[in-house]
Design a protein around this ligand. Sequence first.
Ligand code: PMP
Length: 331
Amino acid sequence: MFAYTMTTHERPLDSVLEAVGRTPLVAVQAGPDSVPIYAKLESFNPGASVKDRIGVYMLETMLERGDVEPGGTVIEPTAGNTGIGFAIAARQLGLDAIFVVPERFSVEKQQLMAALGAEIINTPTDDGMGGAIDRAHQLAEELDDAVVPQQFANPLNTEAHYETTGPEIYEAVDGEVGAVVAGCGTAGTLMGIARYAREQDPDTYVGAVEPEGSLYGEFLDEPREEGEYKTEGIGTHNTDTNELFEPDLVDDVYAIPDERAQEELKRLAAEEGHLVASSAGAASVAARHVARKIDSGEIEAPHDSVVTVFPDSSERYLSKGIYRSFEEWAG
Ligand code: PMP
């Protein structure tokens, strides 16, 4: 018999919105024995990613505040997971949803957003996330009662994780968190957890993760060379758009090459049963690095443990060849 404990929900729930959050925190086994690593498995959310959290939290708060009325429209520039999270919450809360998505992002995500009742508008890959943001604001001006939550700039994004993800992690490990390591797309996930963590203990080590070729490191005056990357959901080509990133909350920014991220996501599946995608692979590489440095004394942390976040599932990227050779995935 295996030990069975109810980690998520014990009673029937009235809607999928109530199934958002309270995801499992599971050990990553490949770390040093004396410094356990735990990953928050965000694919357990109904929309199968970390972004369900901001969907519910931001839209509920915006309706409460009167930023948008029931029957209004939510327009958001998004790489995909945010669209899915917002689409689920929007329909359940009586809002319409339109998403502006740069073309390079996965077709699975775009199909799911459409299935959830949202409208999708693609912008050219070359215009980057900046192009999608501009287009979203343009559309909002053309419509009555439309609002752009703007996950890249809205403090409610960080707040969602400060209110939910952070406390859930601390509850699960009885407050014994030495380091927090997570990927940064908008940086809402890491900033929310980091703010909560530093309130619990100001010495908590915080590591941000980006793909090699991304420019987040420039926030900490680290040299960076801009380049293309395949790792999806994290990184930035223009730090002006990342308004939520607070350098004071971050000790180091780790730039992980695509190849390492893919190697690790394959290892996580083959050895540990985690069906996670490239941003989780990158986070795991960085978390293991930080755990080794805590173990060797190079990083001083208030506890011998590292917590990271696995934001979504590899199933969302099968069409991109995520489990094929590096050349086939990256090609
Ligand atoms: N991984 C994936 C797959 C994502 O979609 C996102 C969101 N863009 C992240 C990581 C990063 O989350 P955040 O925007 O909160 O930094």
